[in-house]
Unconditional design. Structure first.
Length: 414
């Protein structure tokens, strides 16, 4: 008898705990709105109950005294009234149709605790002790009402029914304990995410104020110097140029932040890669020449190379990468830009003869605020990586100190 009761009740617990586990895994991935998450739990439980009906050898007494009340109470305490109503309806259908069983006691008893659940719907911040108290009280009420309404149980109380009720309390406490700590873990995770967002916003604000204050301070100083009466024409021109360069630097910093925060456009068109590279080189070559850097381009394939994307964004990415390569060669050097056609993909390779990076620096690439440049914000490469990813591409780097850096961009073709 013990073996039969424990076996059937463990089967029921397996389905309930599976619903909790599946809900815990799926909700962070697919659904973020609270009411959708609650309905998802009810849907998962419904699917599992249908599987229970189909594949399990159902004991009507254990279904009515164990699985039904435990599932209903768990949903009332942790999910909400609407999912609880769905659960209540489904289980009663099981009593009426699937079990073809004496269903009135289960219907009335479950309706009482469902209505009682309206009085204790605000249980989100309650302690484990309070939840166990509510759960125990509701299950006790259900079992007493069921016994009073079910004449065949009241007149033939057996040890089988008594043990079923006793083990139901242990099962309910286990489920309540499990759900409480699952929910507690979820709340802690949400708080950590919120704290991380606050930290990022604070770091954003601190970085913006620091980066912009420096060029604005220098600009203010040069403007004050311009107020002097005795200034030569050359000094006047030099101070104006320096003040304007400070404004340009502040504007460039703001541009990096706006590009980082601005969402990627859904506009995509067919781009010919070689044409985009040539157009980008027309803008970046004067900058390279000023830094004594030669850019050599090699196309391994004569035929056009097509990708899907946005021309302006692609040129921005390539220009940022070439500019980073140029700035890594303070004494001049050489950049090799190569394109090639791979099976179902197009590749761009950019190699420089710069100072290179250590393994630690290489692993930190792409992190916001991380930069190896004195006046960098650490957002340029973040923007580049985000845009390339949106264009169905992948970017990777390899580097060694004093041996240059190699960047590889792979655009997958659909």
């Amino acid at each position: 008898m013990f073996h039969s009761i424990i076996s059937n009740e463990l089967h029921g617990l397996f389905y309930i705990m599976s619903a909790i586990l599946i809900h815990l895994v799926l909700t962070p991935i697919f659904i973020y709105k609270e009411h959708q998450r609650r309905l998802l739990f009810a849907l998962i439980l419904i699917v599992l109950i249908f599987l229970y009906w189909k594949f399990e050898d159902i004991d009507p007494l254990i279904y009515s005294l164990h699985l039904f009340p435990i599932s209903l109470i768990a949903v009332i305490l942790y999910v909400g009234f609407i999912p609880a109503f769905i659960t209540w309806t489904l289980f009663n259908i099981g009593c009426m149709v699937v079990l073809n069983y004496y269903w009135q006691p289960a219907l009335i008893s479950s309706a009482v605790i469902l209505l009682g659940g309206l009085l204790i719907t605000n249980t989100a911040n309650q302690t484990l002790r309070m939840k166990l108290t509510y759960a125990t009280g509701m299950l006790l009420l259900y079992e007493v009402l069921y016994a009073l309404l079910a004449l065949y149980i009241r007149s033939h109380i057996t040890m089988y029914a008594a043990y079923t009720v006793i083990f139901s309390f242990f099962s309910l406490w286990m489920i309540t304990y499990l759900q409480f700590f699952v929910r507690k873990h979820e709340i802690h995770k949400q708080r950590l995410v919120a704290l991380e967002k606050d930290r990022m916003f604070g770091q954003f604000a601190a970085t913006i104020s620091h980066e912009i204050r420096n060029p604005l301070t220098s600009t203010k100083g040069f403007l004050q110097l311009l107020d002097q009466k005795e200034l030569s024409f050359n000094d006047h021109k030099r101070y104006v140029d320096l003040a304007l360069s400070g404004v340009d630097q502040a504007n460039a910093i703001l541009g990096d932040y706006l590009n980082y925060a601005k969402p990627f456009s859904n506009l995509q068109e067919q781009l010919e890669l070689k044409e985009e590279i040539e157009a980008m080189l027309r803008f970046i070559t004067p900058f390279a020449t000023d830094h004594q850097v030669a850019i050599h381009t090699c196309h391994e394939n004569e035929e056009p190379l097509y990708i899907l994307g946005e021309s302006k964004k692609l040129r921005q990415c390539l220009m940022n990468l070439i500019k980073n390569a140029i700035e890594s060669m303070p004494n001049g050097g050489r950049i090799s830009l190569r394109t090639s056609k791979l099976p179902n993909a197009v590749q761009i390779s950019i190699s420089d003869t710069g100072v290179g990076m250590s393994k630690q620096q290489l692993n930190s690439l792409g992190m916001p605020f991380y930069t190896t440049k004195e006046q960098g914000t650490g957002l340029g490469l973040v923007v580049v990586m985000s845009i390339i990813k949106m264009m169905n591409g992948k970017i990777s780097f390899s580097s060694h100190l004093n041996q240059g850096t190699q960047c590889s961009i792979l655009f997958h073709q659909k």
